[in-house]
Design a protein around this ligand. Structure first.
Ligand code: AMP
Ligand code: MN
Ligand code: MN
Ligand code: MN
Length: 276
């Protein structure tokens, strides 16, 4: 079975609609698929309907932005009830803080000689409720201030760069509380990407476990084979279930397409064992 439990639509920072993503997952041979937009669940109804029409298994998901040890961590909530009030109110508050940050980022970009970047970024926003650094990056690329999306992050938008504005997301405890309230399973997304010290990295895993977190992404588009091996071992050591997701955002962008990752290594308990 091909199971891909991490992807983004244009309801957050992807470029395809939820229905287009479902069709692409199906065409790629995916059997079970999760939509997991950043801090947003508004694409899940369309995704569920499109998956059902195609005979594609569907898991409703979300990827929540969290601050831990002063850095951003992404926590997937899988098999959530998007109608849960704690979850939807919490995500709405995160989306409001994204707009505050966006105004400040536009001010920083203006200081760098790039005026009106908020208006420009908004032209790339499909969901009027969610703005991301990626929308700024698409504007900078379109206006030829940079030669690639990567360069937009390297020069202006990436952590610590000229137009970067740090954001206080929510705590691990809050995010796990909302996921629990919504009946979902919490999973640490792409753990190999966080630039923590070894002590902070251990703390993330231990605090996540103590708060009732259940899973870790072992196979993701962001991991090298060595990182997948490392996190397979850590999942077993911490007693976490293991997940597999592409983190697909857009055709031709990023590392892997929907469903196009290695299988989960043998001997791990998959996060989907109760659902599929
Ligand atoms: P935000 O959630 O608005 O802070 O934006 C983070 C998103 O930007 C991530 O989910 C990625 O999709 C994208 N991103 C982050 N860093 C980079 C980078 N260095 N190059 C390209 N895309 C990036
Ligand atoms: Mn993203
Ligand atoms: Mn992420
Ligand atoms: Mn993601």
């Amino acid at each position: 079975m091909n199971i891909d439990l991490h992807s983004h639509s244009r309801q957050s920072d992807g470029v395809l609609s939820p229905a287009e993503l479902a069709a692409r997952a199906h065409a790629n041979g995916v059997d079970w698929w999760a939509l997991s937009d950043h801090d947003e669940t508004s694409g899940l109804a369309e995704a569920a309907q499109a998956a059902s029409d195609l005979g594609l298994g569907f898991i409703p998901g979300v990827e929540i932005s969290v601050t831990f040890c002063e850095k951003t961590v992404h926590i997937l909530g899988l098999q959530i009830d998007p109608g849960n009030r704690d979850l939807s109110a919490g995500l709405a508050a995160i989306r409001r803080s994204r707009f505050e940050r966006a105004g400040q980022m536009a001010d920083r970009l203006a200081d760098c000689g790039i005026p009106n970047a908020l208006e420009g970024a908004l032209r790339h926003v499909d969901n009027p409720d969610l703005i991301s650094r990626v929308h700024f990056a698409r504007h900078l690329l379109e206006q030829e201030h940079v030669k690639s999306l990567q360069q937009a992050f390297d020069r202006y938008l990436g952590d610590g760069k000229r137009a970067f504005v740090p954001i206080q997301w929510v705590s691990l405890e809050q995010a796990l509380g909302w996921i629990r309230a919504a009946g979902g399973k919490a999973v640490i997304a792409h753990p190999g990407r966080y630039k923590y010290t070894p002590q902070q990295h251990d703390a993330l895993f231990q605090v996540f476990k103590d708060l009732g977190g259940q899973g870790v992404e072992v196979i993701t588009g962001a991991h090298t084979p060595a990182q997948s091996k490392r996190y397979a071992k850590l999942a077993a050591a911490y007693g976490f279930q293991a997940s597999r997701g592409s983190d697909f955002h857009a055709p031709g962008v990023g590392r892997v397409d929907l469903g196009a990752m290695p299988d989960l290594p043998e001997g791990l308990v998959p996060v989907w064992q109760d659902w599929i």
